[in-house]
Write a protein that binds this ligand. Structure first.
Ligand code: SF4
Ligand code: SF4
Length: 443
């Protein structure tokens, strides 16, 4: 452990045990709580910036942080309760954000997004803030430059194309590059201006340091920050960058959402009952520069043809360009969008369980997550709060959990670390996910 938050700290921090009496497992649980509430805060921030507020979430963020102050709470069981409460609040925050996006930008529909380029000056937008992208597109229109400038989405901004009131802007063209992991190369190759709106944005290379900006929550050392979403200078800068040429490079599909998949659920149930859909895999989460991420690429390749894959977040860029085909018209691969769109997958899972008169315990569903940062941590807590057991996580266990805390969570929730697709896939196909009897989904 390392804690240095109060004046009783030993030189360099309390590392073996706290002067206050805190032990490494308690410190681990406090860190686990703090990382989860960081994730909740991120989604709440995006809902709040669109004018959607929730006092209960705001109060919970204060309460959870307060509980980690010196000499407030030494009760480990209480922290596990707070971690599960974080899962509940995260579900609430994702629901609020989904409502904010649908009411502001319209209900998403599946779209084919070009991954080539179009004639004109380019602006590349990365991060998660649809508000920033919307304001940029609006200002390009107001400046009469929709024929001169083309805007490209990068990484987690891809699903923006599926929202009707964003894709109606003529300046929005396509998607450039893959996940955040490859941004230094991809931004170097992009000839236009780049805008970072949230994570995951990295300190720039000199090749593009003079044409990158940040806005909203994002910030980079030595890079201009745009306040109040006033993009005039950025847009004028884009006009001075070399024009891009039209290049065809295929398309990727995104935009699945519970509002457009729920109408298909009767058909899905028929196909499950007829044995034509054997298993549903939820394979999603962050991309990470870790060799074990090849697990997800391989697993998605190996899943049987009578299975479907639901995904969200940026890890999908490792496997979303394949043609997975359909099962009697139902797409075998559905991209639900950003990490917060796991909310849609939860809604669908709950509906499937209800219609079949079962809980997820009895459904042929396996959840396989990749995690990098704290929003993924909060999503995991939501799934644990819902009582979903047997979740696979990777590419590695969280360093902030001591072995004994991880073991406790593993036993309580049957959390599994990924091993190899060859070893895990048969177990997934045999078992699916299990749901605890006290889960809100069984009610
Ligand atoms: S809160 Fe406890 S563990 Fe942390 S620095 Fe203070 S005395 Fe050390
Ligand atoms: S999904 Fe996670 S790793 Fe990927 S861009 Fe979003 S926050 Fe970053």
């Amino acid at each position: 452990m390392k804690c240095n938050q109060c004046s009783m700290s030993l030189p360099g921090g309390c590392t073996i045990a706290g002067v206050c009496g805190k032990d490494p497992d308690l410190n681990s649980l406090q860190e686990a709580l703090i990382y989860g509430i960081k994730g909740v805060a991120a989604y709440y921030y995006h809902a709040y910036e669109l004018g959607y507020k929730d006092d209960e979430i705001g109060f919970f963020l204060s309460k959870a942080l307060y509980s980690t102050l010196t000499n407030v709470n030494f009760n480990k069981g209480r922290f596990i309760e707070l971690i599960l409460e974080t899962g509940r609040m995260h579900l609430k925050a994702m629901e609020l954000l989904d409502k904010a996006y649908v009411e502001t930008f319209g209900a998403p529909t599946p779209v084919e997004v070009p991954t080539g380029t179009e004639e004109g000056h380019g602006i590349l937008v990365t991060g998660h803030s649809y508000k920033a992208l919307y304001e940029l597109l609006k200002q390009i229109r107001e400046m009469g430059l929709e024929d001169e400038i083309k805007v490209y989405t990068h990484s987690e901004m891809l699903p923006a194309h599926s929202y009707p009131r964003i894709r109606e802007f003529k300046a929005l063209y396509g998607n450039w590059g893959g996940s955040w992991v490859y941004q230094k190369q991809e931004f170097s190759e992009f000839p236009g201006v780049i805008l970072g709106t949230t994570n995951c944005v990295l300190q720039p290379l000199k090749q593009y340091a003079d044409r990158i900006y940040t806005t909203g929550i994002a910030g980079l050392e030595g890079v201009p920050h745009i306040d109040d979403y006033n993009f005039e200078n950025l847009i004028k800068h884009a006009l001075k960058t070399p024009k891009m040429k039209r290049v065809e490079n295929g398309k990727i599909v995104t935009g699945f959402h519970h509002t457009n998949v729920l109408p298909l659920i009767d058909k899905v149930i028929d196909l499950i009952n007829e044995g034509k859909i054997r298993h549903i895999f939820v394979i999603g989460g962050c991309d990470v520069p870790n060799p074990k991420m090849s697990y997800y690429e391989k697993l998605t390749q190996m899943v049987p043809k009578d299975s479907i894959i639901l995904t969200a977040a940026c890890g999908k860029f490792r496997y979303n360009r394949r043609d997975y085909g359909t099962i009697e018209g139902i797409p075998r691969f559905m991209d639900f969008g950003q990490c917060n769109n796991v909310y849609s997958i939860i809604v669908l899972a709950a509906e499937l369980a209800k219609r079949l008169g079962k809980d997820l315990n009895q459904l042929p569903v396996s959840i396989v997550l990749s995690w990098m940062e704290q929003k993924a941590v909060a999503i995991l807590y939501t799934l644990l709060y819902l009582g979903i057991k047997g979740i696979y996580i990777g590419p590695k266990p969280p360093e902030f959990l001591t072995p004994s805390v991880f073991e406790e969570l593993r036993k309580k929730f049957d959390l599994r670390l990924i091993s190899t697709p060859e070893e895990d896939l048969p177990k997934m196909l045999a078992k699916g996910s299990t749901l605890s009897s006290d889960s809100p989904l069984t009610a």
